[in-house]
Design a protein around this ligand. Structure first.
Ligand code: ADP
Ligand code: MG
Length: 287
């Protein structure tokens, strides 16, 4: 029923806080391997070839904005689920400010559009208020100050006029902005957006980047999974090129080389001209 769904939604989206360990990076993965068991939602290492991710090691610092790019099935969504803690690695460690992801209030995660039930009967301001649940707890009503935070967050993403609308009535770009507002209300320090740009027109994409630019002064760390290599190159501090392993990670010019892209995309890519890329993107819109 709705109550159970709502509780599950809130559980997935908010995490009670634990103290941060001083001097540790916002996010670090060390030797992380994920092996999905066929037919089971859990994780085992039973079949050596079925790695969704293999030996992934990297760090992200406070306030950084990193794009995660790679072909369909590269493990981008898996990476994000490890960071929010809804999925456990088969091997290796995930640390947020020096702690296991569970218990962290500071992570806001916007799943891939296909994983959200958009017919869920909830208003925009309620969605944003869900970001406050970790702060206020399940067992009291939101205070006036919580609503003030909600409305300020909506204002920051230019969505004040949408507050009373049902979430399902919004355009894709508006939905993404509302979820960023929820992250703001949550006072998230780490924001994960899984393919937020899919199916959005240029002005809507631009609006999202404007909102992300607005998070910079707050030192919010942002990870965005995307298929758009141009945007990855232009709008992010660093790019992670992923295909079950990290093919390359660093500044876009060093990462998005012909050799690296061929290594990551293989047969799905056509090289034209002198290192100009044309990616055959046919498999990307399965959602
Ligand atoms: P991406 O987001 O880059 O498209 P995913 O992280 O969704 O990649 O998937 C990586 C690989 O793990 C794919 O081969 C996919 O089929 C597999 N996979 C993802 N989720 C599951 C699951 N729950 N059970 C079994 N295999 C899965
Ligand atoms: Mg994905």
């Amino acid at each position: 029923g709705i109550t159970r769904d709502m509780a599950e939604l809130v559980r997935q989206m908010t995490h009670r806080g634990v103290a941060h360990e001083h001097g540790r990076p916002t996010l670090e993965m060390q030797g992380v391997t994920v092996a999905y068991a066929a037919g089971i939602n859990g994780v085992t290492t039973s079949r050596g070839t079925d790695y969704a991710l293999k030996n992934v090691t990297f760090q992200v610092g406070a306030g950084e904005r990193m794009a995660v790019v790679g072909p369909n099935g590269a493990g981008k969504s898996t990476l994000f689920k490890l960071i929010v803690g809804t999925l456990k690695p088969s091997q290796g460690e995930v640390n947020i400010f020096g702690h296991d992801p569970n218990g962290h209030i500071c992570i806001a995660y916007v799943p891939q559009r296909s994983q959200i039930d958009w017919s869920f009967p909830v208003t925009v301001e309620d969605v944003v208020m869900m970001g406050r649940v970790g702060q206020i707890g399940f067992f009291r009503w939101p205070r006036r100050s919580d609503w003030a935070v909600v409305h300020r967050s909506l204002e920051r993403v230019g969505a004040t006029h949408l507050a009373k609308k049902q979430i399902g009535e919004l355009s894709g770009g508006q939905q993404q902005r509302v979820f960023v507002a929820r992250a703001l209300a949550q006072q998230a320090e780490l924001l994960l957006l899984d393919e937020p740009l899919n199916g959005l027109d240029m002005p809507s994409q631009e609006a999202i980047f404007e909102v992300l630019d607005g998070l910079r002064p707050d030192g919010v760390t942002v990870l965005v999974a995307t298929h758009d290599l141009n945007l990855a190159a232009e709008r992010f501090d660093r790019v992670m090129l992923l295909n079950r392993q990290i093919v390359a990670l660093g500044e876009a010019t060093a990462v998005l080389t012909t050799d690296n892209l061929l290594a990551a995309y293989g047969g799905h890519m056509t090289v034209i001209g002198d290192g100009d890329m044309l990616l055959a993107d046919t498999c990307c819109d399965h959602d």
